[in-house]
Ligand binder design. Sequence first.
Ligand SMILES: Cc1cc2nc3c(=O)[nH]c(=O)nc-3n(C[C@H](O)[C@H](O)[C@H](O)COP(=O)(O)OP(=O)(O)OC[C@H]3O[C@@H](n4cnc5c(N)ncnc54)[C@H](O)[C@@H]3O)c2cc1C
Ligand SMILES: *[C@@H]1O[C@H](CO)[C@@H](O)[C@H](O)[C@H]1NC(C)=O
Ligand SMILES: *[C@@H]1O[C@H](CO)[C@@H](O)[C@H](O)[C@H]1NC(C)=O
Ligand SMILES: *[C@@H]1O[C@H](CO)[C@@H](O)[C@H](O)[C@H]1NC(C)=O
Ligand SMILES: *[C@@H]1O[C@H](CO)[C@@H](O)[C@H](O)[C@H]1NC(C)=O
Ligand SMILES: *[C@@H]1O[C@H](CO)[C@@H](O)[C@H](O)[C@H]1NC(C)=O
Ligand SMILES: *[C@@H]1O[C@H](CO)[C@@H](O)[C@H](O)[C@H]1NC(C)=O
Length: 479
Amino acid sequence: MHSRAFLASLCVAFTLAASLSTNDFGNFEPPDIVERDIAIIGGGSAGTYSSISLKDKGKSIIVIEKKNRIGGHTETYIDPATGTPIDMGVVIFHNLTIVRDYFARFDVPLITSGSDVDPNAVSVTGTYDLRTSKEVNITSPSQTNVGAAFAKYAEFLAKYPRLNDGMFLPDPVPEDLLMPFGDFAKKYGIEDAVATMFNYNPGLGDILTVPMIENQRVWGQSLVQQLAGGFLTTKHHNNSELYSKAQAELLAAESLLLQSHVICSERSDGGVKLIVQTPAGRKLIKAKKLLITIPPRLDFLAPFNLSAHERSIFGKLIDAGYYTSILNNTGLPDDLSITNYRSDTAYNLPQLPGVYGIGSTPVPGLKLAYYGTPRSNSTYPLSDQQVKSEIVNAIKTLQKANPETFSAEEPQFVEYSSHTPFYLQARPGDTKAGFYREMYALQGERNTFWTGATWRAQDSSDIWRYTEEEVLPGLVKEL
Ligand SMILES: Cc1cc2nc3c(=O)[nH]c(=O)nc-3n(C[C@H](O)[C@H](O)[C@H](O)COP(=O)(O)OP(=O)(O)OC[C@H]3O[C@@H](n4cnc5c(N)ncnc54)[C@H](O)[C@@H]3O)c2cc1C
Ligand SMILES: *[C@@H]1O[C@H](CO)[C@@H](O)[C@H](O)[C@H]1NC(C)=O
Ligand SMILES: *[C@@H]1O[C@H](CO)[C@@H](O)[C@H](O)[C@H]1NC(C)=O
Ligand SMILES: *[C@@H]1O[C@H](CO)[C@@H](O)[C@H](O)[C@H]1NC(C)=O
Ligand SMILES: *[C@@H]1O[C@H](CO)[C@@H](O)[C@H](O)[C@H]1NC(C)=O
Ligand SMILES: *[C@@H]1O[C@H](CO)[C@@H](O)[C@H](O)[C@H]1NC(C)=O
Ligand SMILES: *[C@@H]1O[C@H](CO)[C@@H](O)[C@H](O)[C@H]1NC(C)=O
């Protein structure tokens, strides 16, 4: 009784702090009350997929997205001069029926990634140590050896088929799944796959110390299988096309609130009530079910009145920092991409925090730069200003150290995006103690369901599969 009264007044206090118009759950007029089967928090990869799938199943929904667009980590820069799109966030998808059907529903054509590259177009990858800006000579394993390493790795994964569907770990959790990935690679003789895994799974933090199970989230059976047939990307190299079409459809169906966020909520066995701040004032949303797709960090979940049990679970998650940007006037040749390597580390891996690499784009003069930090307990303490100056420093040092190849120019950001906190994950001790089993047991409690990268992987195709096969059936059954 006491705690209920306390928390209810907390909600009103929250509301008062944000504006002077007092609101509590009983204080809304009918035009400001929205009733739906499901309220979905976040309109990124997981939230958008969920909304469309539930809509197609005949359910009424409302998506609450804090930004003025949906799409989340899928970001496409459109060069104003030429109209050329550059996917600076999510690029590739798995060639699976669920993926092809989803894109086909919005009439967005897919191709095999790389299949439209002009074979005569010259593009070069340089390997530099971006601390010193000296070129580093790398001896990469042959394609045959890389293939053989992935085949061995696939054999290991085949022992745990449920890992292809989510973090469904055997109990007790085998030590092989908990050991640092660097040790795992040695134990199973798959060293020749490490560099490829690192390059395709940035934002993970340090691949050699991360528990095997966390690298495996992205590098699971499904992604490994794609190595044979090729990844998919959109034909127009404009992955935001799917999201702008979905956004138009959701807005037309009054199923999306942009630039909106939940102020407070009541989640009980009877259903869910949310007070939502929207550009058109406060709304009360009444839903039978809540589907939370945002990163489940305690600070982000504050408006959802977490129970002590929920807090103790999500409070254990750690994350890594991941940043992307597009720059102009870098002084680097248009056809050159640069990978950050070291001559003195295992697998020549770069030191984090640091620049992963600088990629070329189809727009002359524009470069993509990717930056990452190691995993840390409370989000790596690095401001956007620091990340930007580190990127610019790396480029200017490259210019100075290689005056014959790069010209001295003043790099400028034309776009910058922080994807932090990224790759939320458990520490190995917590995983061993049953962290993921407890986290998944929250599905459906207090009419709340969960999906998104933390529940599956930093991989859209896997998120869509997990959402469709593991989350939505249980949710829909209870409606
Ligand atoms: C640079 C980069 C490249 C990537 N490349 C690939 C790739 O090639 N292929 C691939 O499959 N995956 C890739 N990923 C992984 C990508 O993160 C996942 O594919 C997927 O986007 C994760 O989906 P999500 O729904 O969990 O999170 P997001 O897509 O980030 O969606 C979360 C959404 O919630 C919103 N939100 C956050 N807080 C709130 C709040 N309080 N209230 C309301 N809304 C809120 C956000 O604005 C966002 O729209 C990449 C990621 C990055 C950063
Ligand atoms: C994807 O897989 C399907 C079925 O195996 C195949 O027909 C198709 O050519 C592949 N590639 C693309 C771009 O769809
Ligand atoms: C890299 O290797 C090439 C060819 O073997 C050699 O000419 C060059 O000097 C080497 N560069 C460095 C930095 O070791
Ligand atoms: C890319 O997609 C966006 C969003 O749908 C759209 O506005 C833009 O016109 C597209 N551009 C190209 C070149 O495909
Ligand atoms: C907050 O959650 C607790 C359970 O942890 C519940 O008893 C209380 O009623 C909730 N308050 C609101 C406003 O939903
Ligand atoms: C890049 O810089 C050049 C030269 O300074 C300028 O003409 C061009 O408009 C810039 N492009 C963008 C996208 O900012
Ligand atoms: C986080 O905290 C734990 C214990 O509090 C510590 O052992 C660990 O090294 C820290 N860092 C990471 C990245 O987990």
